[in-house]
Write a protein of this length. Structure first.
Length: 133
């Protein structure tokens, strides 16, 4: 793992959350993007080397909608940048971690992504991210 790539925050109303985080961080969102496969619209903020990703569900049965229904708005996941997502997936699987997908998927912000189940990571949903070349 190279570094923390971003922190994902589940929100009910992306427009309102963008306004709140814009004021909080002192900078506007630099990018809004829909990820149809995950049923979300995302909004990214850059603060120095760090990024915050706000996620709003586009489907009532989507993972973000379910997370908000269960725990409310707030931190949803922590994402780590990796150099080789497939190698990192194999390493984590060999270490006994449960992956939520067998193959990397296309995610937001030009990334390939894979998620590690929170049950195998002390209750934290972990995302692996590799920049698409």
């Amino acid at each position: 793992m190279i570094r923390i790539e971003h922190i994902g925050i589940a929100v009910s109303d992306l427009t309102k959350a963008e306004e709140v985080y814009g004021r909080l961080l002192g900078t506007p969102s630099y990018k809004r993007e829909a990820v149809e496969s995950e049923g979300v619209v995302t909004s990214f903020f850059q603060v120095g080397p760090n990024k915050i990703e706000l996620l709003e569900s586009t489907r009532e049965d989507g993972p973000i909608a379910k997370a908000i229904a269960k725990r409310g708005e707030g931190i949803h996941h922590i994402a780590f940048e990796v150099a080789d997502i497939r190698a990192e997936m194999a390493r984590l699987k060999a270490e006994g971690f449960q992956l939520l997908n067998e193959e990397p998927k296309r995610g937001a912000d030009n990334k390939l992504v894979c998620f590690v189940h929170p049950k195998s990571a002390n209750g934290v949903l972990v995302e692996l991210c590799q920049e698409v070349g």
